[in-house]
Structure formats: C-alpha cells, structure tokens
Design a binder for this molecule. Sequence first.
Ligand code: NAD
Ligand code: WQD
Length: 339
Amino acid sequence: MKNILVTGGTGYIGSHTVLELLENDYNVIIVDNFSNSHPKVLDALETIANKKIKLFRTDIRNKEKLEQIFKEEAIDAVIHFAGYKAVGESVFQPLKYYNNNLTGTITLLEVMEKYSVRKLVFSSSATVYGTPEKMPLIEGEPTGATNPYTRTKLMIENILEDLSVAKDTWRLLSLRYFNPLGAHNSGDIGENPNGIPNNLAPYITQVAIGKLDKLHVFGNDYPTEDGTCIRDYVHVEDLAKGHVDALQYLETSKKGFDIFNLGSGKGYSVFEIISSFEEVIEEKIPYEITGRRAGDLPVTYADTTKAQNDLNWKAQKNIQEMCRDSWNWQKKHPNGFED
Ligand code: NAD
Ligand code: WQD
C-alpha cells in the first residue's frame, strides 16, 4: 500500500499526518479546497519534507473532479479528514455541516467504490460519546449526539458500518480523536484557526502573543478537584502516527469496520493546562472566570487499551511537550501562514 489520498491534508491534523506518511515512505496525494486552511501549508510541508507533494485543490463534493483524480492516481487507501468541525457553528448552521460532512463523505465513498479502493481511515471525534455516565470512555459504549457536528460523525460511522456489511472487501476504520494539542517540532506547521479560536490551547497562545487580552475560563464550579473541566489532550504528532499505524492495521485486518479511541488516556484540567503553558512561556496567562459554556462535560478521557492492543499505538508525548510545541509554532508564526 503506497499511494495514500489524504482529504483535508492541509488542515491541522491532516498536515501533520502527511509528514508522518512521507517519513514512512508513503506517497501522498492531498485533496483540499482550503476552506479552513491556507495554500501556504503546502509550501511548509514541502520544505519540511524536502520533496514535492501532489495537491489537488478541489472540494470533495465535486464528484467529477474526484473521479478524475482516482482515474489518474493509483490510490491504495484514503485518510479522510475533510469536513467542518466547529461544534457551536454547527448548531446555528446545521445544513452547512450535513452538506459538507455527509455529502462529502458519501461522494468520496461512491468514487472509492467505483474505482475499487476500499480502504479508508476516518476522522471521528470523542464527542460521539454524548453525555457519558462513566470514565474512561471505551469504544463499545453507548454513543449520542448533542449537536449537528457530532451527529454527522455518528451518521458517517453508521454509513461505514453499513458499507462493511454490504460488501466484505471494505476495510474501514473510525478514529475517535480526543483533544489534539501541539504542533510539528519544526514550529512551521500548527493549528491556525480563523478568527477568535473556539478551543482552549490556541486561545491561550493568542493571549500569550498579545492578540487577545485574556482567557475566559468557562466555569470553575465543576465537580473536579480545581473546579475546571478535565480533558484528554493528545499531541498532534502522536495522532499523526496513529494514522500510519491504522493503515498498517488495515493491510491485515479481517474486520470490515472498526473503531479506535486516540487519546493519551490522561485528563488535565483547564487550570493545569494554563499552568503548563505558563511554564513553557515563562509568563503568566491573564484569565477571568466566566460562566460555564453550554454543552461542556465536566470530565472526558479515553480508555486507549484497544488502540494499544490492536494498532500498537500509544501516545508518547506529555503535556509539557504539547504546550511547548504549540507555543513554539505560535511564537514563530504569530500570524499563522501569513508570516
Ligand atoms: P481542519 O479544519 O484544520 O482541517 C480540515 C481540512 O479539510 C481543511 O484543510 C479544510 O480546508 C478541508 N476541507 C473541509 N471541507 C472540505 C471539502 N468539502 N473538500 C475539500 N477539503 C475540505 O480540521 P482538523 O482539526 O485538522 O480536523 C480534521 C478532522 O478531524 C475533521 O474531520 C474533524 O472533524 C476531526 N476532528 C478534529 C478534532 C480537533 O479538535 N481538531 C477533534 C476530533 C475530530
Ligand atoms: C477544552 C476545555 C472548555 C476555551 C472541542 C470539540 C470537540 C473536539 C475538540 C472536534 C473545556 C475550556 C475552552 C476557552 C475555556 N473537536 N475552555 N476557555 O470542548 O473539549 O472539545 O474540541 O471533534 O468536538 O467540542 O475542547 O478546547 O474547546 O475546551 O475555559 O476559551 O477548555 O470549557 O473545558 P472541547 P476545547
């Protein structure tokens, strides 16, 4: 298996995965419409990897174009990152999410079927566990969606499972990511949110660089030791490695469809994340406690036993490394790919 089509390959997780694939001697073909990424990501990737990378600028919902790519390239497997990911936005613009995430995935699967490419790794999310009763989160446990974004992830998992039942030559994997953090060790690619960040880590680094005044901590009255929410943060380079392990697993797997958590298995509170950043930045992060954010769960972290046993994958990097690398990227590129 040599030629890997990566949809959304210039996005945050996709770009790190592209580098990991190249390091493991895969050929990469990227498809991205740059709806949430910058064309300069490709330059950064080519510089870091020191090779040319093939990229098709197109929307995966453009079936004709996608077919042309499958006709021209001898694709062996697909890693599918392309989609919208903002939970809050999905509540107000559900059709935008259903259209891009579902239509995009269905179009991709139809083209894969037509060209007999039946291996796919899909980016799912830990949010599919809904409002769980106990921790850690294990793959077989009940799922639920509290917003349209998450519902698209669950619907796609269902579609993949149905496909595997319909034809036993499909090999489909869903990876449920927990909270990705960090950036490539070069500091030349990283998370590059448009506008004000929704997520904790980019918000903190933008406060530290002086783009934002202070962090708003969404609630300190949760039933946790310090009152702030606990999440399972995982280094984006560890996540990227998980995709290479997933591809290797698909080579020999007898299962048509399978699901794996990708997290570190450890939980850190918002205050602990602030402290870790303060250590690497060597400055205090100004913050204010505000009210809870709607929909936030007090605690989430993964059981990673299944990924360890079957994929031979385990997160290696600790929270200091995650914060250091996020900060390194922010410091080196205060304006993201505009610098
Ligand atoms: P991202 O927005 O940085 O990357 C997604 C990429 O897909 C972008 O480059 C965007 O331009 C591209 N894209 C979107 N729609 C497209 C379309 N129709 N055609 C072609 N390209 C398209 O997001 P990310 O953080 O790298 O996440 C990648 C995947 O992982 C997403 O599916 C997301 O839902 C999932 N995920 C992300 C997180 C997270 O916290 N970052 C957590 C769990 C799951
Ligand atoms: C982490 C903690 C906030 C921002 C989200 C998506 C999830 C996944 C990853 C895609 C929470 C607190 C945050 C801020 C804060 N993406 N916080 N001030 O909510 O765990 O997950 O991103 O699948 O789908 O829901 O991550 O980084 O937004 O928040 O206090 O400005 O930080 O309340 O406790 P979350 P997050």
